[in-house]
Design a protein around this ligand. Structure first.
Ligand SMILES: [Zn+2]
Length: 80
């Protein structure tokens, strides 16, 4: 079990260059592909993009088996 991965997945604050601070971020689903989803992290203070993240189908499954705080509900979308 890697706690690091869990932390990464649930990252809800990121460093924003514009704000020069660690700010809460909003996760926005950017792109849905058959085997992965790409999320954009937007600074809630200034709205600029502070990072992106790819979630593969495998990772998503793992994440969903992790119990606990801050479990975000990943929208499950089937492309077929
Ligand atoms: Zn910002």
């Amino acid at each position: 079990m890697s706690r690091q991965q869990f932390e990464n997945f649930t990252a809800s604050t990121l460093y924003c260059e514009k704000c020069r601070a660690t700010t809460p971020v909003r996760e926005k689903l950017l792109l849905v592909l058959p085997d992965r989803e790409i999320f954009d992290y937007l600074c809630t203070e200034c709205g600029s993009s502070v990072g992106q993240r790819e979630v593969t189908a495998g990772e998503k499954m793992m994440a969903e088996t992790v119990p606990g705080r801050n479990r975000r509900s990943v929208p499950l979308r089937s492309l077929r």
